[in-house]
Structures are given as structure tokens and as C-alpha cells.
Design a protein around this ligand. Structure first.
Ligand SMILES: [Zn+2]
Length: 378
């Protein structure tokens, strides 16, 4: 069964191993040593060639004692900053940093739970299906590890990502997200001496942006312009301006409508200017998909497994939508159906991040119960 002291001790050790994005090597090798000592096979994929991390994603194979289909559990190795030389404080059952750094419970709480569960499985107290653990790199800088994961190394077709807040909340849906960049090219000229020879790119860009909808578009769609830049001197008509932003929605169709809206707004504004012989002003907009939406229906067997497992440990599982992206978006898109589980981590990505030890223990019990429930239902 889950050993709370062993779990707590391991969690504390993990918190002291720095693992900013791209520098997950030390942590990854530490984990590989633990799993090898448990006689589980470990693989590093070649994703580092594309992610720029010093190490690939780590995949651990726990052979099952049942001949049923495998399931996977995923957690990410990297943390956001600041994370240098962390000092961990444990007070009244709560882990936090000394206020200089993040804590790193995002996502070391998930990692600690998976180590503890792997140790319990080794004791062979009950039968279980084959289990694959996926530890990804570079999640915090664009889900890169998951994007370049070697899916040939994964046999499981369904599983769970441990990377959310409350242990009783299960994320079964998340939005799609695109980033966009609008670029305007005008013509420079001295602003005081011959402004009529110039075409002001900033002015054009501001007209494009002025009539676009930003903020909450509807209950499942948002759009933001977050960065604007261009020009260089107050006395020169700027010949270049750009704006960068993002859009999210649980509906792919609504995102494609928003994209068309930006495109047509750009064309409309540009067409209101006479063109020079060399074709100025000009403009373009580029869209880049960051992640794709997923939505696992509540009657899906995977949701049923969690619900049942949670019930068994006295937890009332609540299924929720999430507004951000995570490895689960990438895995679902790649055909690895998954839900996101909370681990108890709170105020993540801030120096006030904290986690209650009791939530960490609860999560470990839930994961273990999910494995048991899954084998009973197989
Ligand atoms: Zn995370």
C-alpha cells in the first residue's frame, strides 16, 4: 500500500533537484536509476534533437501481472523559473518554497506519486495490467517533449496525465489554441520633412486591430493581442509593425471563423490604401497551432474508471473543462486517450506555490485505486 513517509521523503528529494526546461537531465537520470533499481526497463527517446533539451523523454515499462491492455501515466520533468537553489519549507502539513523560487510541485508531485505507485506495484500485492510511465521534457515551453515523443515506444492507448490542481477534479476537456502574428509593411520617410512619401505601418496595424474582438468572445472562446512592436524613431514614419496574439476555443470551427475574421479585416484595411508601384502597403497574418482541443465524454470507460476508483477511496470525482493546454492535448491528438488528474499543487507558476502532503497522499491512493479498478474491469 502507499507509504506516506516514503512518498513524502521522495517528494522532498525531487523538489531539490533543479529541472528548468531543457535542463531536465539530472532529474531524468535520477528517476531512471530509481526505476532500474526496481528492475523496470527505461528508455530515453531521441526528442532532444528537436526540443533542445539535454535529455529525451523518459519512458518506463512496468510489466503487468495480468494479460490485459496497458495503461500509461504521464508527468512532466521540467519546471518554470525562478527555480535556482530551492529551499523547501514544510510547515503544518504544507510544502512551500522560501519565497525566492517556485516550489516545483508542478509537476514533481506527479512524479513523486508515480515513483511511489511503481514501488507499491513491485510488492505484488495485487494483479495489475502493464503500465507505462511517460516523463516528458519541455512541457512548460510549448509542450515540446510530448510533441516530439517517440510514440513507437508507447504501447498503451489510454491513460492519465498528472498535472492539475485538485485531486477530486478530473479534467476531461481542454481547448485548441493558436498563436497569430500580423505583419504590416509600409514605407519609411522623414516624419517632418516629407511625410507624404511614407506609409505608416503602425497606423495601419492599429486600424486592423481596432475592430477585432478581443477578450472573452463567448463561453468557450477567447482571443488576445499580447505583443505589439514596430518603428524605431519618433521622427521617422515606421515602415514595419507587427502584433502577436493568441486565440483559444473548445470549438475548432469558432477558431477558424476568428482566423477568417482577422484575415478579412487585414485585407479590408489594406485595400483602403492606394498601392505604390512597388506594392506597398502590404501585410500578412500567420497562424500557428499550439495544441488541439480534446473532450472525453463522461460515459467513456476511462471516465468510469476514475469515478469508480475515486468512490472507493471516498472521493467525489468532479469532471471539469480546462482553459489551458498541457501534454494531454498532444497525447490525445496523437491517439493516446487521456484525462488529467490533479495532484494537490496550488498557485503554480508563482513563488507562492504550495501543496498539502495529504493531497499528495490522496493522489497516490487514487492512482493506485485506478490501476486496481482498471484490472477489475478488464
Ligand atoms: Zn504542469
Amino acid at each position: 500500500m502507499i507509504d506516506p513517509d516514503r512518498l513524502a521523503l521522495e517528494f522532498q528529494t525531487l523538489l531539490t533537484i533543479e529541472s528548468p526546461s531543457k535542463k531536465e537531465g539530472k532529474l531524468a537520470y535520477y528517476l531512471a536509476d530509481i526505476f532500474k533499481a526496481l528492475e523496470y526497463r527505461c528508455f530515453f527517446d531521441k526528442s532532444s534533437e528537436n526540443t533542445g533539451s539535454e535529455v529525451g523523454n523518459l519512458i518506463v515499462k512496468i510489466p503487468g501481472t495480468l494479460p490485459s491492455s496497458p495503461i500509461f501515466f504521464c508527468a512532466h520533468l521540467d519546471t518554470v523559473g525562478p527555480c535556482e537553489n530551492p529551499k523547501i519549507i514544510f510547515d503544518k502539513g504544507i510544502y512551500k518554497s522560501d519565497g525566492r523560487t517556485i516550489l516545483g510541485a508542478d509537476d514533481k508531485s506527479g512524479i513523486a506519486v508515480l515513483i511511489e505507485v511503481a514501488k507499491v506495484l513491485k510488492e505484488n500485492l495485487f494483479s495489475y495490467p502493464p503500465i507505462e510511465l511517460i516523463f516528458t521534457t519541455c512541457e512548460e515551453i510549448g509542450l515540446l517533449g510530448a510533441k516530439y515523443l517517440d510514440y513507437n515506444l508507447i504501447d498503451a492507448k489510454e491513460g492519465f496525465v498528472l498535472d492539475s490542481e485538485n485531486p477530486n477534479e478530473v479534467i476531461n476537456a481542454a481547448p485548441s489554441s493558436y498563436q497569430f502574428k500580423i505583419e504590416i509593411k509600409g514605407k519609411s520617410a522623414h516624419a517632418g520633412l516629407e511625410p507624404e512619401k511614407g506609409i505608416n505601418a503602425i497606423h495601419i496595424l492599429s486600424k486592423v486591430l481596432a475592430d477585432l474582438p478581443f477578450g472573452r468572445i463567448d463561453e468557450e472562446t477567447t482571443m488576445n493581442v499580447g505583443i505589439i512592436s514596430g518603428g524605431g524613431y519618433v521622427n521617422i514614419v515606421p515602415d514595419y509593425a507587427e502584433a502577436k496574439g493568441e486565440m483559444r476555443s473548445h470549438s475548432e470551427e469558432k477558431l477558424s471563423k476568428l482566423q477568417k475574421k482577422i484575415q478579412s479585416q487585414l485585407e479590408r484595411v489594406l485595400s483602403s490604401y492606394p498601392k505604390t508601384e512597388d506594392n506597398f502597403p502590404s501585410g500578412k497574418v500567420k497562424f500557428e497551432k499550439l495544441f488541439k482541443a480534446f473532450n472525453i465524454p463522461l460515459d467513456d470507460p476511462l471516465c468510469k474508471v476514475v469515478q469508480k476508483a475515486a468512490e472507493k477511496i471516498g472521493l467525489n470525482a468532479i469532471f471539469k473543462k480546462r482553459e489551458g493546454g498541457s501534454d494531454a492535448n498532444i497525447l490525445n491528438e496523437a491517439g493516446l486517450k487521456c484525462l488529467i488528474l490533479g495532484t494537490g499543487m496550488q498557485k503554480v507558476h508563482t513563488t507562492e506555490e504550495f501543496i498539502r502532503l495529504k493531497d499528495l497522499i490522496l493522489t497516490a491512493n487514487l492512482v493506485l485505486e485506478i490501476i486496481k479498478t482498471k484490472s477489475e474491469m478488464a
